[in-house]
Design a protein around this ligand. Structure first.
Ligand code: SIN
Length: 194
């Protein structure tokens, strides 16, 4: 599948007559909220885990030196914590462009912290998209993130802000926190070595 998913996403859902939609955010949608929303609530989705396995050529890297950003990988035992936003369907005109590098809008069942549920949408970059990078050791992912930067800023900023937001949400994400530790260690050693 082409990395540009704008048209694909626009054809997927008919929002006619729909006033608002729950959107589940688990990556930059938690820490870079550049869209209007009607309500926000911490929430989680079951069956998916967060992984820095998606390449970013357009936001946090370049085609020559792609960064790494998060996507969700299926795991029946996993629960992914994030933030749910209730948005007007118009917001997807902006978000489909922002998330165009491989992310598809998929339906999901959200569980809010009080145990109640709602149906919603989530952007997931599936393994068959051209920008998908897949697994690598945590230290290698951290090194790649440390050296990448794109139009939205340094890739390290994406990682550090996400880790900070997850802590504020009380979300346990050993994968993100391990890469964050590697990045901080690499930066510290780099600075001391100069
Ligand atoms: C999300 O945040 O929900 C999608 C992935 C990203 O934009 O980082």
């Amino acid at each position: 599948m082409s990395a540009n998913t704008i048209e694909h996403n626009r054809k997927r859902y008919d929002f006619a007559g729909v006033e608002s939609v729950w959107l589940f955010g688990y990556g930059s949608l938690i820490h870079k909220v550049d869209f209007p929303f009607l309500e926000q609530r911490p929430a989680s989705i079951r069956g998916w885990e967060r992984r820095f396995w998606q390449g970013s050529h357009d936001h946090r890297g370049t085609p020559e030196s792609p960064g790494r950003v998060v996507t969700l990988i299926e795991n029946p035992d996993a629960v992914c914590k994030g933030m749910a936003f209730r948005v007007s369907p118009k917001v997807f005109e902006h978000l489909d462009v922002r998330e165009k590098n491989g992310y598809l809008r998929l339906s999901t069942r959200l569980t809010f912290d009080d145990g109640s549920h709602a149906e919603g949408l989530v952007y997931i970059a599936t393994e068959d998209n051209e920008a998908f990078l897949g697994h690598a050791p945590d230290a290698d992912i951290a090194r790649q993130i440390a050296s990448a930067s794109g139009p939205s800023g340094p890739n390290a900023e994406y990682l550090l802000r996400l880790a900070e937001s997850l802590r504020a949400l009380g979300a346990d994400c050993p994968h993100t926190f391990a890469i964050e530790s590697h990045l901080k260690y690499a930066v510290k050693n780099d600075t001391q070595g100069r």
